[in-house]
Design a binder for this molecule. Structure first.
Ligand code: NAD
Length: 279
């Protein structure tokens, strides 16, 4: 499954929508100097600029206090030129991510982590959904993968990938199993999957013999190893799967494209009604 090609299509669509809307602003806050986080932020800003979204890159020192960070978030909430806000996680240990994310205006929360958005997703209501799951669902739709009645297995239960993608698969009438580090027999679960989404952060956690013949495999993992960037699924599974995303070139580019889409969505939601839509 070619994430680069689909992401290019999504970015082109977003670019057209941005041109129609006019001014659009995405702001990110990065606290500390984690190099991986800095790299993600750089790629997000570059992608935003390419589709005509202006971006505000706020970098704060690792010793920033919670009060200072909350003040920054509040200022962006109030700023009408900003349509999307993203606080790059993880935050330094002294800062409580739950409190910071809760302070975001839910209508600008392009990462879909604010509790109102997470709750709306849980309830099956329209809302801002984390970008990686949005990108995964777009890939499944683009390749006409049947989800209704399918057995979907999600490995990983993070707030940013595992849990929201499980909700979206459920919304499409899949029968969903969520596996995690305490799952007793992972292979037994994955072998049952018509659609397998793996987001665990362990290279080759899922080997070819753990994949059902013809299954659709979405490899979310991004692990830097001596052999370069690898996913959570052994590349040999490509021969067993009916469809599979490569790493790199699968979910990664779709995440960035979906963040841009979310920024447009946030702006459109604000334009439709000044309050956060509950229906
Ligand atoms: P995380 O790192 O917060 O948590 C890992 C999850 O995997 C946990 O829920 C844990 O229970 C589960 N897990 C760990 N070991 C396991 C095992 N042996 N068996 C079964 N489950 C196990 O999760 P995350 O933030 O969703 O990240 C997961 C991976 O996805 C990482 O490699 C991350 O870099 C990558 N990621 C990629 C993108 C992208 O755009 N491609 C986006 C987000 C995350």
């Amino acid at each position: 499954m070619d994430g680069n090609a689909l992401a290019a299509r999504v970015r082109a669509e977003v670019k057209e929508e941005v041109a129609q809307i006019g001014e659009l602003g995405l702001a990110t806050i990065l606290v500390g100097d984690d190099p991986a986080s800095g790299n993600y932020i750089r790629r997000k800003h570059q992608a935003a600029l390419e589709v005509g979204i202006s971006s505000t890159d706020i970098r704060l020192p690792a010793e920033t206090s919670e009060a200072e960070l909350l003040e920054r978030v509040e200022a962006l909430n109030e700023d009408d030129s900003i349509h999307g806000i993203l606080v790059q996680l993880p935050l330094p240990d002294a800062l409580d991510p739950a409190r910071i994310v809760r302070a975001l205006d839910p209508a600008k929360d392009v990462d879909g982590l604010q509790p109102l958005n997470a709750g709306q997703l849980y309830l099956g209501r329209p809302t801002l959904v984390p970008a990686t799951p949005v990108g995964i669902m777009a890939l499944l739709a683009a390749y006409d993968i049947r989800l209704s009645g399918a057995k979907a297995v999600v490995v990983g239960r993070s707030d940013i990938v595992g849990k929201p993608v499980a909700q979206l698969l459920l919304r499409q009438n899949a029968t969903v199993t969520i596996c995690h580090s305490r799952t007793r027999d992972l292979a037994r679960e994955t072998l049952d999957a018509d659609v397998l989404v793996v987001a665990a952060g362990h290279p080759a956690l899922v080997t070819a013999d753990m994949v059902q013949h013809g299954a659709t495999v979405i490899d979310v993992g991004m692990n830097r190893t001596d052999a370069g960037l690898v996913g959570d699924v052994d590349a040999a599974a490509m021969d067993i799967a009916g469809h599979m995303t490569p790493v790199p070139g699968g979910v990664g580019p779709m995440t960035i494209a979906s963040l841009l889409r979310n920024t447009v969505e946030a702006a459109q939601m604000r334009a439709r009604s000044f309050a956060f839509p509950c229906d």
